[in-house]
Write a protein that binds this ligand. Structure first.
Ligand code: SF4
Length: 219
């Protein structure tokens, strides 16, 4: 069993327990997602996936030459008036799958040659995603995991992803809470966003050190 599998074993029970009175994001809706009750994001127990495919228009280091393996999750814990994915972030409520099926999606993207698994809007499905990752790792998944978030995350949840997520790609959409409320209905976005991003940066510190070292050697 590798390190990531060990970390999942430790974090997954805690992550799942957050679904019982949902506190997966700063909204703290306190609905019982284990009983398929729905809060602000309208997500139930099973993960809902709108689409999955190699994406060649991501940041170039992620898309590479064979694409980033994006999985677009249905629903969202934000409600941005400018959302380019409005139809499936706010309106559609189908396409639910099991965690086994989600694991198979990850593996199929790897088989297509994608350089990574890119989770788009993962915040409201993190326990289900980590469970699927555990299944996919058992079946041989090798590529890194990208956490591609709108940035309205709970730092307690992000802490539980240390060593499980490989690459963070958070938005930092607002520096003014009044704007965050007006355009995304996201109270206290700035505080939650900054604390979470700092925690993500802490997880990536070793990579930042390696990158600095490589640059220094190249001089
Ligand atoms: S993930 Fe959804 S149900 Fe849970 S606290 Fe956030 S908005 Fe509410």
């Amino acid at each position: 069993m590798n390190t990531k599998e060990n970390l999942i074993k430790k974090s997954l029970p805690r992550l799942k327990s957050l679904l019982e009175s949902c506190r997966l994001c700063p909204r703290n809706c306190s609905v019982n997602r284990l009983e398929n009750k729905k809060g602000f994001c309208n997500a139930g127990l099973k993960p809902a996936v709108y689409s999955y495919a190699p994406h060649h228009g991501e940041e170039p280091p992620l898309s590479g030459i064979r694409g980033s393996g994006t999985i677009f999750f249905t629903h969202c814990n934000m409600a941005c008036v400018y959302c380019q994915n409005y139809k499936f972030s706010q309106q559609i409520s189908e396409n639910e799958i099991t965690t086994d099926e989600l694991a198979n999606l990850m593996l199929s993207l790897e088989r297509l040659g994608c350089h990574n698994i890119n989770l788009v809007s993962p915040t409201h499905y993190i326990p289900q995603i980590v469970e699927a990752l555990s299944i996919a790792l058992e079946k041989g998944l090798k590529v890194p995991l990208v956490y591609n978030t709108g940035g309205y995350d709970s730092v307690e949840v992000i802490k539980l992803l240390d060593g499980i997520v490989d690459i963070y790609m958070p938005d930092m959409r607002y520096s003014d809470d009044a704007m965050a409320e007006k355009y995304s209905n996201a109270p206290n976005y700035v505080k939650h966003n900054r604390i979470s991003v700092l925690e993500m940066q802490r997880h990536a510190e070793i990579l930042i050190k390696i990158e600095r070292e490589l640059r220094y050697r190249a001089l």
